[in-house]
Design a protein. Structure first.
Lengths: 143, 436
């Protein structure tokens, strides 16, 4: 029930993001979701892609520092209060969100929330207990 | 202007007399060191030299050099020649890796040091009537305490203000009537700028002369300090291994060079590559033999400082040789805000931080009057994290470890792999953008 996410270290200089996306495009890797965390000194690009192994390989070959981490993808109805309900479960379980981002799937009916927890297993258990739909990597790619 | 001397007889002794004193002391030193310090004895035996072979000052060249690594190998007290119960003080400076270089002093060494420092102060025109503002750091660094004891020996009043707290320093200068300033030249410029901000006119102060050392500075910087603080700025030289401040001092009479107090510190200039002694006037690495130190004498210590010696008679009447301002180093040591920094120390810290492979670069700048040091570290896969807080924790840890080991605040910047320039496959470890 975990989704593999690619994280890439970015120096704060122009053109780096474009290089990454071009590298992935050249190699036929499709980006499903992304977020960028930035500080004054550096940035971290996080990506959900359709081919994690290939993405890692081609980015590394192009000199990027790449890491793979497990995140959780929760599918909710794209309606007001969708995120709030999930966060309530998380709060109740005393879990700490390291970061999150979201995207809306192609049909536009559902939104997918990507969460990074310190305690991934406990988070999965808590979310499942409250009846949330957790997507696998393959399911995300099929969306 | 009449020249002031602290010890006129020795300071103006004809060179023949001076050299005779040097030879007597040298013979005594070599015999004592050979008898009491195993590492020296081993080196001399290996070179086939016995104390009896030293019959002239030229024979000094037969003796092996002492280098900073010898100090490290015998850390902390292995090169001391007296039992610790005779050592009344230790100081330490940066070693090339984690361990500092430790030096020790007997009671007599402290007196000798105070004496040469009093000579140095007198060279700059200071007398017992002066109010001497000592802004060198107090502590393991030799600057603060070395200068302090010299001022007391001179009989002037010492203000042991140490470094930092610039506003308070200016208030003290105003209220106490400081006449002589001891500081690093960059700190002097810092004081000048702070005065301007506070609306304090340097002409309203009693400051007359500044004695500056512990870091490289240019003639342009001298002009700037003199203009901004309305003082005369003179150069002092010293290094902890040899003694501390007061090894050599510029006099007020000449614009050039610092008199080495040769009755205590015997200088040579060598070719840093061959180790050969160079004739007077040629530029090379400065080497010192301490003639009178008891606890921690050094024979032919390679300073790695580049200078040259000028034996011409000085207008001030002193017969002691003058060394030129240090123009560079034979190694990669940097001096950041008066603190010695070796790139190898930074490497040592990075090695100690789990996962950091030492692909790094030190970038030194002078912003305003202060030196800044940035350390760029390439982010390897092992230490990379998808969480900002982890990367920030890492930079803070490296910064704190560098501060702990070197005593210098730096900014650590994480950079992408292979972005640090490599020339012929070897990384360029240091970029020094200061124009000194």
């Amino acid at each position: 029930m975990r989704v593999e996410q690619i994280a890439v270290f970015l120096e704060n200089k122009s053109g780096r993001l474009a290089e990454i996306t071009a590298t992935l495009a050249d190699n036929g890797v499709n980006i499903r979701a992304l977020s960028v965390a930035d500080t004054a000194d550096f940035g971290i690009l996080r990506l959900i892609v359709d081919d994690v192994a290939k993405a890692k390989k081609v980015l590394k070959a192009n000199g990027f520092t790449v890491g793979i981490t497990n995140v959780i993808a929760v599918e909710v109805a794209d309606r007001s209060g969708g995120l709030a309900k999930v966060l309530k479960t998380i709060e109740k379980a005393g879990l700490n969100v390291e970061y999150m981002y979201a995207f809306v799937n192609r049909s536009g009916e559902n939104a997918v929330l990507i969460f990074r927890f310190d305690e991934t297993d406990r988070a999965i258990a808590a979310l499942q207990q409250d009846g949330f739909t957790i997507l696998s990597g393959a399911q995300i790619c099929a969306l | 202007m009449t020249t002031l001397y602290w010890e006129e007889e020795i300071e103006t002794l004809p060179r023949v007399g001076l050299e005779s004193i040097q030879l007597t002391r040298l013979k005594h030193l070599v015999a004592r060191v050979y008898a009491t310090v195993a590492p020296y004895r081993v080196k001399m035996d290996a070179a086939g030299i016995k104390p009896a072979d030293i019959q002239s000052l030229a024979d000094l060249q037969k003796l092996p050099f002492t280098v900073k690594d010898d100090l490290r190998d015998n850390y902390p007290f292995g090169l001391f020649t007296v039992p610790m119960d005779q050592v009344v003080r230790v100081h330490a400076s940066s070693g090339t890796t984690g361990k500092p270089t430790v030096v020790g002093y007997t009671k007599k060494d402290i007196e000798t040091w105070a004496g040469v420092m009093a000579r140095a102060l007198t060279c700059a025109g200071a007398t017992r009537r002066d109010m001497i503002h000592n802004a060198y750091g107090y502590g393991l660094f030799t600057g603060g305490l070395g200068a302090h004891y010299g001022v007391e020996r001179l009989g002037a009043t010492v203000i042991p203000v140490s470094g930092g707290n610039t506003k308070r320093q200016i208030t003290i200068m105003q209220d106490f009537g400081s006449t002589v300033l001891l500081a690093t030249p960059s700190y002097a410029l810092n004081l000048a700028d702070a005065m301007q901000e506070l609306g304090v006119d340097p002409k309203s102060l009693s400051l007359r002369v500044g004695i500056f050392g512990a870091e490289p500075w240019s003639e342009n910087m001298r002009d700037e300090v003199e203009r901004k603080l309305n003082i005369k700025a003179v150069d002092i030289y010293g290094l902890s291994e040899v003694m501390g401040p007061g090894v050599a001092m510029q006099c007020l009479e000449t614009g050039r060079g610092m008199h080495i107090f040769e009755d205590h510190f015997l200088p040579e200039i060598i070719d840093p590559d061959t180790g050969e002694v160079l004739p007077p006037g040629e530029q090379g690495e400065l080497v010192f033999t301490t003639l009178t130190k008891e606890a921690f004498p050094l024979i032919r210590y390679r300073t790695k400082d580049i200078s040259q010696l000028n034996y011409e008679r000085c207008a001030c009447g002193r017969t002691m040789v003058r060394m030129e301002k240090i123009t560079g180093r034979t190694d990669d040591m940097l001096i950041i805000r008066g603190v010695n920094v070796f790139p190898s120390q930074v490497e040592h810290v990075l090695m100690g931080v789990e996962g950091v492979e030492p692909h790094y670069q030190i970038v030194v700048n002078r912003e305003g009057n202060m030196d800044t040091m940035a350390v760029n570290v390439e982010v390897s896969e092992v230490l990379f994290s998808d969480e900002v807080k982890n990367l920030e924790k890492l930079t803070r840890k490296i910064q704190a470890d560098i501060k702990d080991l070197l005593g210098v605040t730096c900014k650590v910047q994480l950079v992408e792999p292979r972005t640090i320039q490599r020339s012929e496959g070897k990384a360029q470890r240091v970029i020094d953008n200061r124009k000194i």
